[in-house]
Write a protein that binds this ligand. Structure first.
Ligand code: 4NP
Length: 162
């Protein structure tokens, strides 16, 4: 293993809207101690946008809340299931696709959905904003910021167990 950090991978379809935002929001909500103990990355189910930065609309909405989206899109690969401790999908289809991409047999990563960690919202998915208007991008950020609170507590417990 390359380091002993707890590793979290956020996954959405294209890795240009939801998962780069989740990555930035989660990095921003963590303490310095968490920063030292947790590695955070994002990836997409599809490789269509590989090598591209985040969607300019998502970047604009995120920047208004103080998040700078710097990630470059890449597809999920089988090795991610042994590299990461926690892989977090955004919607039902992401979870099905992750289960399909997971190597057969045992692997390290636990696969969860982002809304499992929601505190105030009662949604089961972070909806795809790609074909939506401004409201869709704002709602993605609302859901992600809320779920990051629950996720932070969860990760802090996991780090404590390490
Ligand atoms: P994301 O949004 O999964 O949140 O990054 C999308 C980005 C691209 C596409 C769909 C959703 N696409 O069809 O290219």
């Amino acid at each position: 293993m390359e380091n002993d950090k707890y590793k979290v991978l956020f996954v959405c379809l294209g890795n240009i809207c939801r998962s780069p935002s989740a990555e930035a929001a989660f990095k921003a909500c963590g303490t310095r101690a968490m920063e030292e103990q947790v590695e955070i990355d994002s990836a997409g189910i599809i490789g269509y946008h590989a090598g591209e930065g985040a969607d300019p609309r998502m970047k604009r909405h995120a920047s208004r809340r103080g998040y700078r989206l710097t990630s470059i899109s890449r597809p999920v690969v089988a090795a991610d299931f042994d590299r990461f401790d926690l892989i977090i999908g955004m919607d039902d289809q992401n979870i099905r696709d992750l289960q399909r991409k997971a190597p057969h047999g045992q692997h390290r990563a636990e696969v969860r959905r982002m809304t499992d960690f929601s505190v105030r919202f009662d949604e089961t998915e972070v909806p795809d904003p790609y074909y939506s208007g401004a409201d869709g991008f704002e709602y993605v950020l609302d859901l992600l910021e809320d779920a990051c609170e629950g996720l932070l507590r969860y990760v802090e417990e996991r780090i404590g167990e390490k």
